[in-house]
Design a protein around this ligand. Structure first.
Ligand SMILES: Nc1ncnc2c1ncn2[C@@H]1O[C@H](COP(=O)(O)OP(=O)(O)OP(=O)(O)O)[C@@H](O)[C@H]1O
Length: 370
């Protein structure tokens, strides 16, 4: 859990310090006050581009000096009893000591697109943040996940995988680099150098198979969690991975050379996988469900993922739920709060404090215009 969060020149916040307690952290305030910006700042304590997927330079306060900083004091928080999954080894022992560790990240005015990380005052790599804490979020921007392009679902899935297997980023980056180099090589007018082409395909196969296997493990883990979830007010999803697994990728790529050269891209491989989500009770693809049903399916998926992360890491992730309360009827809202109770620190936003009625012990924060 975060015992302290400090924002410096981050979006509309020139300087903001919060001291949240464990459990619920409820941010309320008018539209545009900067509530989502606070969640985005928390998401920057993990690797990646955060919950808006923005470029780093965009996060610097527009009338500030350039550059931004987010720092937090991290205290270990344990899963509530019964949440741990003894079949799965704990991913990483939490390195945070009982007295707390300080994580800082941000950019400098002189290098707005280069992220700097310090952990307990020592310089650290961005990817090493994943060893310290996992952050899981649900935002209104994800509402079109099931109806939008497969690339959005792949990005969503990769984010889920990353929280469980930090090495995933390495394979994804290597696969992508090899694929792009192969696409370029296949477009050479005088024909591709066969040895170089074979080397790139070996690279794609090696990293691509790891990529697909990691996605497969995450989907299997989530499917198991979803089955075990009680049938309550949130629609239950069944999920599956579409395409790309269990194949000899090197042989597929070799066989596809002519076709890929004509198409100007690799036509098969894990970069074409999709996450298939179905409403279990209705046996209907999520994309054909109502808006409310889709939201409930997504919420169920995100909560199952949070449980999986808690089981794997031995500590619950930070859960960021942007404007979720406002979109639920009072009964479902109460059911959600009940379900979130005891699942570590849960950050939520709403325009009205009244939407948090019934959360029990919570840190209420009014976010005013800066
Ligand atoms: N780089 C930036 N510098 C200064 N202000 C910014 C920057 N980026 C975004 N903002 C401002 O932040 C505000 C949006 O903040 P945010 O999305 O966190 O609001 P919110 O409280 O979540 O609102 P809502 O309830 O409408 O979702 C906008 O007024 C926007 O102009």
């Amino acid at each position: 859990m975060l015992a302290r969060l400090t924002l410096t020149d981050f979006r509309n916040h020139a300087g903001l310090e919060l001291r949240p307690g464990p459990g619920f952290v409820c941010l309320h305030g008018e539209n545009g006050a900067g509530k989502t910006n606070i969640l985005e700042a928390v998401s920057m304590l993990a690797p990646g581009r955060g919950l808006r997927g923005s470029a780093l330079g965009e996060m610097a306060r527009s009338d500030g000096p350039g550059g931004w900083g987010v720092s937090a004091e991290l205290l270990p928080s344990r899963s509530r009893e019964g949440l741990g999954d003894s079949d799965m080894p704990s991913l990483q022992p939490l390195p945070a000591s009982e007295k707390g560790s300080v994580i800082g990240t941000g950019t400098l005015a002189t290098a707005p697109e280069r992220r700097v990380v310090r952990i307990n005052s020592a310089a650290a790599a961005v990817n090493s943040l994943a060893e310290w804490l996992a952050v899981v979020w649900l935002t209104p921007a994800m509402d079109r996940l099931f109806t939008g392009p497969a690339s959005d679902r792949r990005r969503f899935l990769d984010r889920l995988v990353l929280a469980l297997e930090p090495g995933h980023a390495h394979h994804a980056a290597r696969y992508d680099a090899a694929m792009r180099a192969r696409n370029k090589l296949l477009a050479e007018p005088e024909g591709a150098d066969p040895q170089w082409l074979a080397a790139l395909e070996t690279g794609m196969a090696e990293h691509g198979e790891e990529l697909a296997a990691a996605r497969g493990r995450t989907v299997a883990g989530l499917a198991e969690r979803l089955v075990a979830t009680p049938d309550d007010r949130f629609a239950k999803a069944t999920i599956a991975l579409d395409g790309g697994e269990g194949r000899d990728l090197a042989a597929t790529l070799r066989a596809n050379r002519g076709r890929d050269a004509a198409a100007g891209r690799a036509t098969e491989g894990p970069h074409r996988q999709d996450l298939l989500v179905t409403h279990a009770a209705k046996a209907q693809p999520a994309a054909r469900c109502s808006t409310g049903e889709q939201k409930a399916l997504l919420l169920g998926l995100v909560l199952a993922h949070a449980d999986l992360v808690a089981a794997r890491r031995g500590a619950p992730p930070l859960l960021l739920l942007d404007e979720v309360a406002a979109h639920l009827d009072p009964g479902r809202r109460a059911a959600l709060f009940e379900r979130l109770e005891g699942r570590g620190q849960v950050w939520m936003t709403a325009t009205e404090a009244a939407l948090f009625e019934g959360v029990g012990d919570a840190t209420m924060v009014h976010v005013g215009r800066a």
